[in-house]
Write a protein that binds this ligand. Structure first.
Ligand code: ADP
Ligand code: MG
Length: 566
């Protein structure tokens, strides 16, 4: 008796769809791919209940005739490639001929389409991959595909989905990425019958400005490099506008939104010591590479690529980013990312004007919270490169990272303060609430996580159109609150660089990081001394709250050996 048998087409499709169609956002992605491949310059996306109920994508592209429509939802049917040679220079988003078949097998699908040569369109109704109805319908040229009750026949898969608002957020994130790549395509998205995104055709800069939280005008700098095998354009954030999350990192290769660790590494290297390892830059980079030098056929989701020569790409990205930082004088000496002239200047100004409760200012709370029992250091301390402090110790010498050390000191003081006083009494009330501008996806995260911010001491008034800051913990008096709220929401949405279990700990780490001396700050002898004394008083003086070392010891014995004294 044979044990092996061929699987029937239905189950093959269901399995195949598992690789690609994990959640509603991937349906949106595949349908947008098809609309763009069909040359549409208008795409309308309608979502109901975060895509659980309906995902509909309508385009004004080329459309399909009746015969093609009947083939389109079958497995391995495509108009985009013919043979394996074509795989070497794929210019379209799709090429596998699997998406519609995969989606159709796990949903109730309707395909409406009309080419410009036809007088009327056709409507197909397909349930679990089986054609149920096929009739004529009046419509404009283009295609509308509607996907209802995704995973209704694969309950196990459905159980892996998150809440409708989380699924909606993933859908929006995908639409945003496509909108960045195709600025001349008008894109409109509605959720539960309400338009939540309406992006007219625009210039690249206008489109990106509409979609990014980091402002292009003063927080980012342009990137441009042209080399024989690659052209790179886009924007990167100035080091002082980095984040604790990686939400605003976009890489496109030939307008395909992809993930690529080689490119990420090169970007990171180009920033080098301009950024502490705990902060991430924002960037949107568009790479144009000859089609035959990119393999797009390495991942079922088509969101990864490999290059014929990784070195060329890595070097080009590195040069593009580092040239842009240099050209804009964002060299080491110029980085004062503590002293940023923030886009929320307006908010800050208002805070300063309204701040009456100076008693609860950070410095004051800190001063009260800790006894000053430091043992003074007698040796001179030298600050080098406005970053490190060097001094003698009885056994040798130490080098201290001024930012890491100060962060550790503030962190421990704040934790003690937090435990010893009732923070509810240290809340700054605003006489006039201040609007906080959040994009759609952060707004959804806020709706799901309002409790967390409330628990931290923020009061936010939420209505359909806006979010108003009413009061906040006084520890934030000197900080950029909007920035914190962005960071916090981005972290909560799963893009966090480090994992903090405790929300209060995360808040305190943020305050410590933003309040501490930075690389580039000149310290007086007295400040250097105080810093080292206070570091000695901390419980975990060896590392900063992110785990980086604060101090490196050099033993005199090692020097003696090096100088051949022993
Ligand atoms: P692929 O995109 O990899 O070819 P799909 O399953 O996504 O595979 O689509 C199958 C075929 O259906 C496409 O090759 C295309 O010819 C046709 N098609 C799908 N969506 C559209 C659309 N929105 N407009 C025009 N043709 C479409
Ligand atoms: Mg496709």
């Amino acid at each position: 008796m044979t044990l092996i048998h061929e699987l029937n087409a239905d189950i093959v499709n269901k399995i195949a769809s598992g690789e690609v169609i994990e959640r509603p956002a991937y349906v949106v992605k595949e349908l947008m791919d098809n609309a763009l491949d069909a040359g549409a310059n208008y795409i309308y996306i309608e979502l109901i209940d975060g895509g659980y109920d309906t995902i509909m994508v309508a385009d004004n592209g080329l459309g399909m005739d009746h015969e093609d429509m009947l083939l389109s939802f079958k497995a391995h049917t495509t108009s985009k490639i013919r043979d394996s040679m074509d795989l070497h220079h794929v210019k379209t988003h799709g090429f596998r001929g699997e998406a519609l078949a995969s989606i159709a097998s796990v949903s109730e699908m309707e395909i409406k389409s009309r080419t410009k040569e036809e007088d009327t369109g056709t409507l197909l109704q397909i349930k679990a991959g089986i054609l149920e109805k096929d009739h004529k319908t009046g419509m404009n040229t283009g295609t509308t595909i509607s996907v209802k009750h995704l995973f209704y026949n694969t309950p196990a898969r459905k159980r892996f989905l998150k809440s409708p608002s989380t699924e909606l957020r993933h859908c929006i994130d995908i639409i945003k990425a496509y909108a960045m790549a195709y600025e001349n395509v008008r894109m409109v998205c509605s959720h539960n019958q309400k338009v939540i995104m309406d992006l007219p055709s625009a210039t690249k800069r206008e489109r990106l400005s509409a979609l990014l939280q980091t402002t292009i005008d003063n927080q980012m700098v342009p990137v441009h490099i042209e080399e024989p095998y690659v052209e790179i354009t886009g924007y990167i954030s100035k080091p002082q506008y980095s984040h604790h999350h990686r939400k605003e990192q976009y890489i496109f290769v030939n307008n395909r939104f992809i993930k690529n660790s080689i490119i990420l590494d090169s970007i990171r290297k180009a920033y080098g010591t301009l950024l502490p390892s705990t902060l991430a830059p924002s960037f949107i980079l568009f790479l144009t590479v000859p089609y035959e030098h990119v393999d797009v056929n390495i991942h079922p989701k088509k969101d990864e690529v490999t290059f014929a020569d990784n070195r060329i790409i890595a070097d080009a990205v590195f040069h593009a980013v580092s040239n842009s930082l240099k050209d804009n004088n964002l060299t080491f000496q110029d980085v004062r990312w503590q002293k940023k002239s923030t886009h929320t200047k307006n908010l800050k100004d208002q805070l300063y004007v309204r701040r009456s409760d100076t008693d609860s200012d950070l410095a004051h709370i800190l001063r009260d919270s800790i006894s000053q029992k430091s043992v003074p250091i007698t040796y001179p301390i030298i600050q080098i490169h406005e970053t490190y402090l060097i001094t003698q110790t009885p056994k040798g010498l130490i080098i201290i990272d001024q930012h890491a050390a100060h962060e550790r000191i503030l962190y421990e003081k704040l934790i003690k303060t937090y435990k010893s006083i009732n923070m509810k009494e240290h809340i700054t009330q605003l006489q006039h609430p201040i609007p906080i501008n959040l994009d759609h996806s952060l707004r959804l995260v806020l709706d799901d996580n309002l409790d967390t911010l409330t628990q931290e001491g923020f009061t936010l008034e939420i209505s359909t159109g806006s979010v108003l800051l009413v009061s906040f913990p006084s520890l934030f008096n000197h900080l950029d609150i909007e920035d914190y709220i962005f960071e916090q929401l981005a972290s909560l949405s799963g893009n966090e660089i480090e994992n903090h279990n405790d929300t209060i700990e995360r808040m305190i780490t943020f305050i410590a990081c933003r309040s501490a001396y930075k690389a580039g700050d000149t310290l007086t002898q007295a400040q250097c001394r105080e810093l080292i004394d206070e570091l000695n008083e901390t419980e975990n003086s060896a590392t900063c709250p992110h785990g980086r070392p604060t101090t490196i010891h050099f033993d005199l014995k090692d020097y003696n050996r090096l100088f051949k004294r022993s």
